[in-house]
Design a protein around this ligand. Structure first.
Ligand code: ADE
Length: 224
């Protein structure tokens, strides 16, 4: 898989994309993540990529040309499954969407920007608009990082134990059961007895019951 992220703030993505699981998945050759600075596609001698909006409103708007140049260059090199735009008015991101995108070959993610973006980009270049929730961020970089993280960790081999991605919260519309580690007794705060019993089948049943109970209590909407 290959993810190309286009942004005016590449430094914001450096941390999330080049550490931990995302870094390891890249080192293992499971995914390539390329970050493109939109300013490199500016046609202006001052490297500007925004301009005043038609109609006289306040603020500046990202221009269509540098975005088109960047996306066209990428598309001339390979085919893309989706050209994603991160925006609070997109479709709300969830686990089924992450599952589907994790099976893609190549993705472009264009980060939205508080200044707004020439609407022709959305009309002509974008195939999918994604919001990470009903709140407004200053830009789409955090959203792009979150979407990339949720997708990449699903690629087989990205997290040590493939089983654990499948048993995540939400994969079966159930929240994950509680987990514990040593010591079994800390200040009298004890671990449920069943987990120390060594009885595999009963432990799995307990975990499932706990998952159902936690989902009923915390996210009953998932059971609908
Ligand atoms: N950009 C600003 N807010 C956003 C959100 N909630 N989701 C995705 N991109 C955004």
């Amino acid at each position: 898989m290959r993810i190309d992220i286009i942004t005016v703030l590449p430094e914001l993505l450096d941390g999330p994309v080049n550490h931990s699981i995302l870094k390891r998945a890249q080192n293992k050759g499971l995914v390539e993540i390329h970050i493109h600075n939109l300013r490199d596609y500016s046609t202006n001698k001052h490297n500007r990529v925004d301009d005043y909006p038609f109609g006289g409103q306040a603020g500046m708007v990202l221009q269509v040309e540098p975005i088109d140049l960047c996306i066209s260059k990428l598309k001339s090199e390979r085919d893309y499954d989706e050209v994603i735009f991160t925006s609070p008015d997109g479709e709300t991101f969830n686990q089924p969407m992450a599952n589907k995108l994790s099976m893609a070959g190549n993705l472009i993610i264009l980060c939205g920007h508080y200044k707004g973006i020439d609407y022709r980009v959305r009309e002509h270049l974008i195939t999918k608009e994604i919001s990470i929730g009903d709140y407004v961020l200053t830009g789409g970089e955090m959203a792009a990082a979150i979407i990339s993280d949720a997708i990449v960790r699903l690629i087989p081999g990205a997290i040590g134990d493939e089983q654990s991605a499948l048993s995540d919260s939400f994969q079966d519309n159930l929240l994950a059961p509680p987990v514990y580690t040593r010591p079994a007794d800390y200040k009298g705060w004890t671990v449920p007895e069943i987990l120390l019993s060594g009885h595999e089948r009963k432990i799995r049943e307990w975990e499932h019951d706990q998952a159902v109970e936690r989902t009923k209590a915390l996210r009953p909407d998932l059971l609908d």
